[in-house]
Design a binder for this molecule. Structure first.
Ligand code: AMP
Length: 565
């Protein structure tokens, strides 16, 4: 691995990047910087966002600029206001020891007068969005005649957004252009055409595989039904207590609605979509960057160009139509050597498309189960306990109160105190998830129990039917699992859907109560008031003894052999 000195950048810049904590150049920097330092070579860098490409062009720009000439010499064109500001912020950091070089961001949605004044003050590097730049050119507030270097950042995004003509206009009106540096995550035919027309024998560098999602991202998917999508989202958020993430939806109506629902339910979330004014957008982004907001929900268009550090999770509330959009979405996490997780909530009908995406990005996707309510509670519990252990008690005047506290808690054991702390923190979760249903859409072909039509009554005959159907997989299950001999007893229980149970939550409930494993169960028929459960004969008594006579929501549970009724 090379060092920044070795790739040939000057000392002031090495010092600045070292101050930023950069140790080694990233692959795109290693490949681009030595070429670009010459200042005269056209260059195409195929790299995703997050690979360090801002420094890959920003550092060479600072090297080739003539600091004593106070007019625009370099133009960086990028698709969005956010990206524009980020590029300027980064270049400001790189030029820490080069005070004579001035850089400015020009973008729409804000006073053009101020930007004109700033340009007049004498800047060498202009970072612009295409629309505002054209505006400035038309007002003769910026002169492209002296521009020597043009950088097109996220060129594919700019074309997606319909800026092709503007880009060509800019390239046609920079007569003194010595080199053009084009960065793009993908290489659609239109970009190839633009590069052929306006660039001369460009050096082309690809970092990672083109169209390939970042390898440091774990791609996960969760299969649920359409009506459980929102619940599944919530459960995934709850299962990841330290999450700092972006959720993507296809429509702004979805983004808005989900943000509102989650906010009502106590989550730190806000939406980013096309209906926001620039001021509202800045406010949301500011809060997200400062981590006052834990979650951002956005449409693809609204999220363009956002580069926020340390995103732990990207969640696709729905899959995007376009495979390349998936790469853009997932690329918001796992940046600059960090790892990240990209989760997709999909319907079973979408698995085919997901597999298609997987083939194209060439990274294996992992199918994971949507966590159960119990899983969520356990995870939250340990997260909280870790926080408790790590709490910083060095600042407050705790010592003053400790003797009083010790006296107050004298009769309570450590376990009791912990229990109380946990109860305070977890009541909401425990209540919410007490009878939480299974949100996973089960693979019906592999789960015969789900495939059979529900019995219309609790008649014993229905049980016989079911046994035949299930015999084969059952023998496999019991091999070594110790579940029993495949003979069922049909049990009656006076609990049903009226008690707030769904099949999955009911199953969980009876297994938890009886401390049995789900392999002992056969078919479950639930009615409003009562249910019938097939249980392996060897385990049936244990279940009856554990459940019969116990109370549920104040009502006595009755459980017995259905045939003996
Ligand atoms: P970019 O692809 O330019 O958006 O960069 C993604 C992130 O990587 C930014 O937050 C940079 O500050 C960071 N970064 C860029 N180059 C390096 C490097 N050589 N070492 C560590 N971090 C870097």
């Amino acid at each position: 691995m090379m060092t920044f000195e070795e790739i040939g950048i000057e000392e002031r810049l090495v010092k600045a990047v070292t101050d930023l904590g950069y140790v080694n150049p990233t692959p795109i920097q290693e490949k681009a910087i030595p070429v670009l330092l010459g200042g005269t070579t056209d260059f195409i860098g195929l790299a995703q966002t997050g690979t360090g490409k801002t420094a890959a062009f920003g550092i060479p720009l600072l090297s080739v600029i003539n600091a004593s000439e106070k007019h625009p010499q370099a133009l960086v064109v990028c698709p969005t206001r956010e990206l524009c500001m980020q590029i300027v912020n980064e270049i400001e950091l790189f030029k820490k020891y080069m005070p004579a070089i001035q850089v400015i961001a020009v973008y729409g949605g804000t006073s053009i007068g101020m930007q004109i004044r700033d340009i007049k003050r004498g800047v060498q590097i202009v970072v612009a969005t295409p629309g505002r730049l054209i505006d400035l050119i038309e007002r003769k507030a910026i002169n492209l005649e002296q521009i020597k270097y043009v950088v097109l950042d996220e060129a594919d995004e700019m074309l997606n957004m319909g800026f092709q003509e503007d880009i060509e206009f800019i390239l046609q009106n920079t007569p003194k252009r010595e080199s053009t540096w084009l960065f793009s995550a993908t290489m659609p035919a239109e970009i190839r055409r633009v590069s052929k027309k306006y660039m001369q024998s460009p050096v082309e560098v690809t970092v990672g595989k083109m169209n390939t999602a970042n390898k440091s991202i774990d791609h996960q998917f969760y299969v649920t039904s359409a009506q459980h999508r929102y619940e599944a989202l919530k459960r995934l958020i709850d299962f990841n207590p330290g999450i700092y993430g972006i959720i993507f939806t296809r429509t702004k109506a979805d983004a808005q609605e989900i943000a509102e629902r989650l906010t009502r339910e106590g989550y730190d979330i806000d939406a980013l979509h096309g209906d926001l004014t620039q001021g509202q957008r800045d406010k949301v982004m500011g809060e997200f960057r400062e981590k006052t907001l834990q979650l951002l929900i956005a449409t693809d268009v609204a999220a363009r160009g956002i580069d926020v550090k340390d995103i732990t999770h990207v969640i696709n509330y729905e899959l995007p139509d376009d495979i390349e959009v998936y790469t853009h979405r997932s690329g918001r996490t796992g940046r600059a050597g960090n790892t990240g997780i990209c989760m997709s909530i999909v319907h079973s009908r979408e698995i085919g498309r997901l597999r298609q995406i997987e083939r194209i990005v060439q990274v294996p996707f992992h199918k994971l189960e949507i966590p159960t309510g119990k899983d969520v509670c356990r995870k939250q519990f340990f997260h909280f306990m870790d926080k408790l252990l790590q709490a910083d008690v060095s600042h407050g005047d705790y010592e003053t109160y400790v003797p009083m506290l010790a006296e107050k808690f004298a009769d309570l054991s450590k376990e009791e105190i912990l229990k109380r702390v946990a109860a305070l923190e977890f009541d909401r979760f425990l209540k919410y998830y007490e009878n939480a249903e299974d949100l996973n859409a089960r693979d019906r072909a592999r789960e015969p129990r789900e495939r059979r039509p529900l019995a219309s009554s609790g008649a014993a005959g229905a049980a016989g039917q079911g046994r035949d159907f299930r015999r084969e997989p059952r023998t496999r299950e019991t091999n070594g699992a110790g579940a029993g001999n495949g003979e069922y007893m049909r049990l009656f229980v006076n609990l049903g859907t009226k008690d707030g149970f769904y099949k999955a939550s009911f199953l969980q409930f009876i297994l938890d109560m009886s401390d049995l494993r789900k392999e002992v169960l056969g078919r479950i028929d639930m009615k409003e008031m009562n249910s019938w459960i097939e249980v392996d004969r060897n385990s049936a008594n244990q279940m009856i003894q554990s459940i019969d006579g116990k109370k549920y929501k104040g009502r006595r549970i009755r459980m017995n052999d259905a045939n003996s009724r």
